[in-house]
Every structure is written in C-alpha cells, then in structure tokens.
Design a protein around this ligand. Sequence first.
Ligand code: GTR
Length: 338
Amino acid sequence: MRTHNNCMSASTLKTSSLLPTAGVIALIAFALPAQAEDWRGWNIHPDGYPNTVALEEFAEAVEEQTEGRVSPRVYNNAVLGDQSDAIEQTRNGALDFANFNMGPMGPIVQETNVFSLPFLFNDVEHMHTVMDGEIGERFADALEDKGLVVLSWFDSGARSLYNTQHPIKTPGDVEGLKIRVMNNDLYVDMIAAMGGNATPMSYGEVYQSLTTGVLDGAENNYPSFESSNHYEVTGYYSLTEHLIIPECLCVAKSSWEELSEEDQAIVREVAEEASKRQRELWVESSEESRQIVLDHGVEINEVDDKGAFQTLMEPMYEEFIANNPGTGELIEEIRATE
Ligand code: GTR
C-alpha cells in the first residue's frame, strides 16, 4: 500500500529555531488530514473496452465520493503483469484492485474452478442470477479467504472457438487444431475432449502465435476477439458458446482493511454501479464487435448441435466431481437456479 499526504509536511510547519515539543507534534498530527490511499488497479483490456470504461468510472467516482481519501488509478493492457501474476500480486497487496476472470482464478482459488466447466450456465442471464444471489456470496467468501474482497460481478459473455483453418460445426472440426486456452488445466481437458490440442498461454502472447502458426486458434467472447485484433489473423468464429465465466471487481484484502467503514460502504456502492454500467456496455460492445469482425470478412457460423460438444464434456464433469467433494450438489444448485 502506498500512501501520500497531500497536505504540508510536519517539517514545513516547524520553525527553524525551535524543535517541536511532543505537544506540538501531537497537534500537527491532529491537524493533518488522514492519508490518501493511492490504489493501483490491474486491467487486461485496452481503452474503450466495456470493462475499462467501467473501471475508469469506478476509479473516478471513488476518488470523488471519498473526497480524495482513496485515489484509484487503472493500468490498462496488462502492463502490470499477466493475469495469473496479477491475481497473486493483488492477493499479497502489491496491487490494490483489479477486474479478474474466474478462469485463471481457478488454480489459485480452487472453488472457482466450477466456472470453468463448459456449458455450466444456460446463458448469460442465468450466470447473472446465480452470481447476484446467495451462491455468488459463497464464492465471494471463498475469494476473501484467499485475500481478495469481491465488490461486484462483471459480465464476460460467452466464449466461442475461432481459428485460421475452417468453420467449426461439429467436434470433429476441432480434431488436431492447436488452440490457446487461459491458464487453467481444465481447459486443456476441455479442448482434448473435443479432439484438439490446447496450449495454455497468457493473453498478450496469442496474437503473435496465431500469425506464426504456433496456434491455429483460440476462444473468447466477441469484444475480446475484436479488441485483441485476433480477428485480423483468424478467418472463422464459430458460436460454440462453451464457456460463460463470471468476472469480479475485487480489492486486495489488505487495502480494503485500511479503509474506514464509511469509505468501504462508498467503495462498495460505487462498485455495484460499475457492475451495472459494465453489463450495459457489454451488450452494446458485443454487438459492435460482432459487426466489426463481420465487416472485416470473418466468417461467423452457428453451431446447430451444441449437444454434441456438451456430451463430450461428461467425463470431465465426472472427474471434476470425483476430485472435488461437494461440487456435484453445487452444480445441481447452480443448474436449478432460475
Ligand atoms: C477475456 C477476459 C480476460 C482474459 C482474456 C483471456 O475475455 O475478460 O480477463 O481472461 O479473456 O482470454 O485471457
């Protein structure tokens, strides 16, 4: 935690001829305002991305409403490190806040791995209902136990496969393709179950690997497919919609605990607003991105039989449930949430 004091320092107050007495020091300390907290925030996305806009508005509103007691600044484009590193850095307080996807969170907060099971949620609305309810609170508790205070949940749409070779209509079309996945072994199993070869890789390295043929494809939602420019180097986007993964807006527990209760309440409220804003922007941005990639000439195809992909995931579910006691019930609970 870095702090600064935007008022005059004690040394400027003291006269040159007299050393301050203990009483004078106490008076000075009393007169100085509480120290402002400079918060550094990690963000993987570029300028103009819905999450970036929501995070920047969050930062501005927090600064304004806490009257400068908390002064957050967002660093875009993962300049502060890749997502797995940033999660660790936020857990240990080297970073103060961030927007994280629950995919790369899985290896660090095991409970969140359930979100990396393909076809868990029926649709994005279902994911929102689950995350905004009691189940979402349980996940927030699990994250807090690992040093991350969840303030609100963001959207990240549905992820679909894209590649340089051909449209994917059936699992057979994935056969032999080298597909980039986020850092989580569950995705290696997922792509293997479809017949492809998965390479876990950080987001920033994917573009180059697609151009050199190290990768044939990757998977993501429309806004990321577009803003990462991956659409420029892959001709086919196939609507498998195999993953719907929540994201959090979270704060390092150590930074959180330095706030007064009053400021915590302000930050929480502003974060709720940021989530609403992000979800609205998400819808607009997904449509805009879809249009941009279409205009560029990317072939987008529906997948008529998603059930064929879903069936292939059954052994993955069985293994997951066997290795993670209690998750069978949790999955049923999530599926039964309306
Ligand atoms: C995006 C997500 C990022 C990151 C990225 C990726 O959709 O918002 O946090 O996980 O995908 O594929 O690495």
